[in-house]
Design a protein. Sequence first.
Length: 235
Amino acid sequence: MCAHVLVAEDDEMQAELIRRSLLAEGHTATVVHDGAAALDAARRLGPDLVVLDLMLPVIDGFGVCRVLRGGDPAHADIPVLMLTARSEEDDLLLGLELGADDYMTKPYSPRELMARIRTVLRRSGRTAAVPENPVVRAAGITVDPERHEVRCDGEPVECTPGEFQILLAMAGEPERVFTRRQLLQCTRGFDRASTERAVDVHIMNLRKKIEADPRRPVRLLTVFGVGYKLSGGRA
């Protein structure tokens, strides 16, 4: 079994990106958007890890960590990875003093966050090791995040980092329609300035690599007025 991760993040888009990244790694996830809900979920579910944003409403991340570490002994040792937009040393030290196992400052990439989560889980020993090769497949596309490899009908495909992140997200949830904004967050990491037009360029380039006829795509489809999806079947 892999880990069950509680994600406490008030930004719904960031929370969804973390959730999808966890699912792509073979984990399960519960998402909440305020500190009170985080404490309730931690007590009920006993997760293997809490990914905890500091700037939560109702009870902030410091308060959540303080209660977890000082509360029920059954939950006091749940590993906590703090997320913060703050870079002040005093804030970071306070988080560690309250019992956080690690922290990351925003902005960060999903890949970097998953690597840090793997490290915390490995140190905690609360769950079995994360699979070494969490490969995702859809529409004849195979995406291997550990090896950073993409294959189309068994043939290797060279992808840029942005193209790779788009395929990883879409292959993990075939038939789901992704907006340009969601795909932009996948390619650029969290809170990075860019333009949604860049997603159209990534899609155009990907179609040249994975479609028999890029002008008539059957794998990477446009959903007019919404965004894009990856077909769930074989092309």
